[in-house]
Design a protein around this ligand. Structure first.
Ligand SMILES: *[C@@H]1O[C@H](CO)[C@@H](O)[C@H](O)[C@H]1NC(C)=O
Ligand SMILES: *[C@@H]1O[C@H](CO)[C@@H](O)[C@H](O)[C@H]1NC(C)=O
Ligand SMILES: CC(=O)N[C@H]1CO[C@H](CO)[C@@H](O)[C@@H]1O
Length: 851
């Protein structure tokens, strides 16, 4: 180390101690520090200085791995306290020092002062004063006033019984250090991603540190989630090869975090490596490393990062744009595109299978755009051979291909979309791919409509999957993490390709080329009158191929009464040239109907008219007071009638009186399904209940008939219901209800949010209830807050926590309208399930997932 010292921390002859300056990089113990210079275009030189004339205890040391003759040694008493005292005082601070003595091995001894000159605090004196270091009296020269002062201070500390001089030997100051954790994954899970106080004890490279977790003294190695820095590659011979910028990255982290007090969120522990994020008041190192070009994003560990992956991606993007450090030679995938070709609005003309669209540009030109980073449904394993079959039609025969295409078609056809080009995939020639069909160049883009990323929507429905890339491959979606998150959700919810259900099969009769079959089929179609169809192909201005979903067939369809010019055709005798204007006519028809639904504008009789035919009925609003006792996970609730509330109270009172007088004999009751009983609830009181299921004597499922809650308990907490308090005396007081006019979200998380809100608002409160219509399980009701008379269900709709169930009954239309208006306001404010806007109700539910 000493040989690398730069001018700023130059040593001088020991005879005339000269003042030198530096910054404390690390405190090795209560009596030794490492001081560094200022960085000048790279990590600066360092020097170790041991304090002259004093000694502090040695810190614990771990046995050297692979050397059985070494063993763990614990802290000496007060050693850690001395280190901490010094660390808190000097780490990262500027100090000045003199070198008084240098051993032949190069070890340097000196005095260290806080600040720029010797008027600053003398570190050795402070330690001695606190009783955290002893004076090496054997080396003291009587004529040296500084040394004499140290002796005085030590005498005072002794007299005051400070630190080392206190009674009891200081055993309590020795840490119980834990170098290893038996089950790191359990350990990490047990912390539930709560920040833990820690000291960074070592920085291995820019993104791997060793941390001392407080207050229990676990020493753990933590790798920063979401990133990777250039590192020091360990070679077979044990030497290390630094990757470019590894030393700089390490210094960047070291100078900010080494021996600093931080908080760490331990986020995950896949195979022994602990992934985490370090929080420091000055910012977060993960983001800073990325921003400065010292690190790159890593997909696999990005998934566990808790502080917002998009911020990390943005930081990396900024470094790439500025071409700093590791990105100095970076070239963006769309670098050679003009801005107007990088991002534009275009109209969707056609959907190609499940991952591409044809759009019409402003110039009128058509362009094929592939959705970035998605893989459409495809045949796997054995199924692959199927496509050798001549009758194989990918759109119908590859599982979920048709669903994916239909999803895109229904959302996009004829609509304007935003296209942001992410990358251009170069053409592959047949030679390179070893005979596999070659692909032409592909423009891959993120396509959004109304703020919804269409690839994300497709993936969240399980109608496509996400392509995985090599780490350094940035030919990918600019919203890659969101795609991965959507895929994880689709897998969790078993959607589409991830579903365990049988794949939907589309048996399609293709009679488009078969005159005979077409003739047989015609009468059916004529009898049906109007039929629905989708235009699958436009051969010419007047000749189409239609898919008829109800009839599940493909037919050729000619517009009656006209004929358009024919295009060029390959005929047995050679190419037949196109008739004039054939291309224009084909284009014209394509633009109007390709992939559109015929009869798309056909309207049924307006609902009003239909409704008028049904009998008129007035909505009845007779609200009565209820007390809400229980909310279920499915957003039903249980309530008691307030009117009979006093009866229940008096019944309970006398029932408990009787039980107290004649306590049931524990264990004497044998539960049977369907029986009424009394059950001792968590509050120690007895309540009326009914047995719903008996798994075992220790696991009896009961339903509290007066409150609506359920519990699984041991039969020892059950007893027979005294006959005087049976349901004949007073019927069960809890009644189940559902909210009228609302649809409960399908998505678990969205539903939980709605339930939580209802629990907060109305559980254990008095409300007003009106039955609106009956249901299969229970009556559907509206509920009002007793004080404000505000409608509870409408409140949920306005908060975007649930959707409206549009009832058709005439007499309910006023309510339905009010609810729908509430829904519109939630949509425009993009609240909760509407956070992705009005992108069709069914999708909004899927997007309702928000974490
Ligand atoms: C200097 O300090 C270091 C760290 O505390 C210690 O290991 C070493 O023994 C000290 N050197 C001497 C000669 O006291
Ligand atoms: C396209 O994006 C812009 C800005 O992001 C937005 O204002 C516009 O509404 C979007 N257009 C469509 C069709 O989504
Ligand atoms: C979680 C956290 O601490 N985030 C911070 C990371 O650092 C940036 C600035 O560098 C802050 O803006 C974040 O709040």
């Amino acid at each position: 180390m000493a040989s690398a010292v730069a001018a700023q921390v130059q040593s001088s002859p020991a005879s005339a101690p000269q003042l030198q300056r530096g910054i404390v990089k690390m405190v090795l113990s209560g009596c030794a520090v490492i001081v560094r210079g200022q960085p000048r275009g790279g990590p600066p030189p360092e020097r170790q200085i041991n304090l002259s004339n004093v000694r502090a205890g040695a810190l614990a040391r771990r046995a050297v791995q692979g050397q059985p003759d070494t063993k763990d040694t614990p802290d000496e008493p007060w050693a850690f306290q001395a280190r901490e005292f010094l660390r808190k005082k000097v780490i990262g601070k500027e100090v000045c020092f003199t070198v008084e003595n240098k051993t032949p091995q190069g070890r340097e001894y000196g005095m260290v002062y806080l600040g720029k000159d010797t008027s600053g605090e003398n570190i050795a004196e402070s330690l001695v004063t606190e009783g955290l270091a002893t004076v090496r009296r054997e080396g003291i020269r009587g004529n040296n006033p500084e040394q004499a002062r140290l002796c005085d201070l030590e005498d005072q500390a002794k007299a005051a019984k400070k630190g080392l001089w206190s009674e009891g030997g200081g055993a309590h100051t020795i840490r119980d250090l834990k170098y290893t954790i038996e089950n790191p994954r359990n350990f990490v899970d047990s912390l539930h991603q709560k920040p833990v106080n820690a000291i960074i004890e070592h920085v291995r490279d820019g993104c791997i540190v060793r941390a001392l977790l407080l207050p229990d003294y676990y020493l753990v190695t933590v790798m920063l989630s979401g990133v990777k820095c250039p590192t020091f590659k360990r070679e077979a011979d044990g030497s290390e090869t630094p990757e470019p910028f590894s030393a700089e990255a390490k210094f960047f982290t070291e100078s900010r975090l080494l021996q600093r007090d931080v908080q760490i969120i331990l986020e995950s522990c896949p195979n022994q490596v602990i992934l985490g994020t370090i929080l420091h008041p000055n910012g977060n190192i993960t983001e800073l490393l990325l921003k400065e070009g010292f690190a790159r994003c890593v997909d696999w560990s990005m998934a566990v990062y808790t502080q917002g992956a998009e911020k990390l991606r943005a930081a990396e993007r900024s470094a790439k744009e500025r071409k700093v450090r590791i990105w100095k030679d970076y070239v963006a995938p769309t670098a050679n595109l003009d801005q107007k070709d990088r991002q534009f609005v275009a109209k969707v003309m056609q959907v190609m299978n499940a991952d591409a669209i044809v759009v019409k540009l402003n110039s009128g030109e058509h362009k094929t755009i592939h959705l970035s980073s998605i893989r459409p449904p495809r045949l796997e394993g054995e199924e692959k051979n199927k496509d050798k079959d001549k009758r194989f039609r990918p759109l119908y025969d590859i599982p979920y291909m048709f669903e994916a295409r239909e999803f895109l078609r229904k959302k996009l056809i004829g609509k304007k979309v935003n296209v942001t080009v992410d990358y251009i995939r170069a053409a592959t020639s047949a030679m390179e791919t070893g005979g596999v069909p070659a692909f032409p160049e592909r423009t891959c883009a993120t396509v959004t409509i109304g703020g919804i990323n269409i690839a994300e929507a497709l993936i969240s429905k399980g109608l496509a999957t996400v392509i995985r890339y090599r780490q350094d491959d940035d030919q990918r979606s600019s919203h890659y993490d969101e795609l991965l998150a959507a895929e994880a959700r689709a897998i969790k919810n078993g959607k589409g390709l991830h579903s365990k259900k049988e794949v939907p099969i589309h048996r399609v009769a293709d009679i488009s080329g078969e005159t005979q079959k077409a003739k047989q089929f015609l009468p059916f179609l004529q009898r049906a009158g109007r039929s629905e169809a989708v235009v699958e192909y436009v051969f010419s201005g007047s000749r189409l191929k239609l898919y008829m979903p109800k009839e599940t067939c493909l037919i050729t369809f000619l517009l009656a009464g006209i004929e358009c010019p024919r295009g060029s055709r390959n005929m047995p005798g050679g190419m037949q040239v196109a008739e004039p204007y054939s291309e224009e006519a084909t284009f014209f028809t394509k633009e109007l109907v390709l992939q559109r639904e015929l009869w798309a504008n056909y309207e049924e009789k307006p609902k009003e008219e239909v409704a008028q035919l049904t009998e008129e009925k007035e909505r009845v609003a007779k609200y009565r007071a209820v007390y809400v006792t229980e909310i279920t996970d499915g957003l039903h609730f249980y309530a008691q009638d307030v009117e009979t509330g006093t009866k229940l109270e008096s019944l309970m009172e006398s029932m408990r009186g009787e039980i107290a007088a004649q306590p049931p004999v524990e264990g004497s009751f044998s539960p049977r399904r369907g029986d009424f009983c009394i059950a001792k609830f968590g509050d120690g009181e007895w309540y009326r209940a009914r047995i719903e299921k008996v798994e075992s004597p220790a696991k009896v499922h009961v339903y509290y008939i007066d409150y609506g809650n359920r519990e699984i308990l041991s039969s020892t907490r059950l007893a027979a219901l005294p006959p005087a308090f049976s349901t004949r005396t007073l019927p069960p007081q809890a009644t189940e209800y559902a909210f009228a006019f609302i649809q409960v979200p399908q998505d678990d998380d969205a539903r939980t949010d709605a339930v939580d809100s209802v629990v907060r608002d109305i559980q254990n409160t008095q409300c007003l209830l009106n039955v609106e219509y009956s249901g299969i399980v229970c009556p559907h009701v509206t509920l009002q807050f007793a004080d404000s008379k505000d409608d509870v269900g409408l409140g949920l709709v306005k908060e975007g926590l649930v959707m409206v169930d549009v009832r058709k009954e005439k007499h309910l239309q006023k309510m339905v309208t009010e609810y729908l208006n509430g829904q519109e306001s939630a949509k425009s404010a993009r609240l909760n399930i509407w956070r992705y806007g009005d992108f069709r109700d069914d999708d909004a539910v899927e997007f309702g997932y928000r974490r």
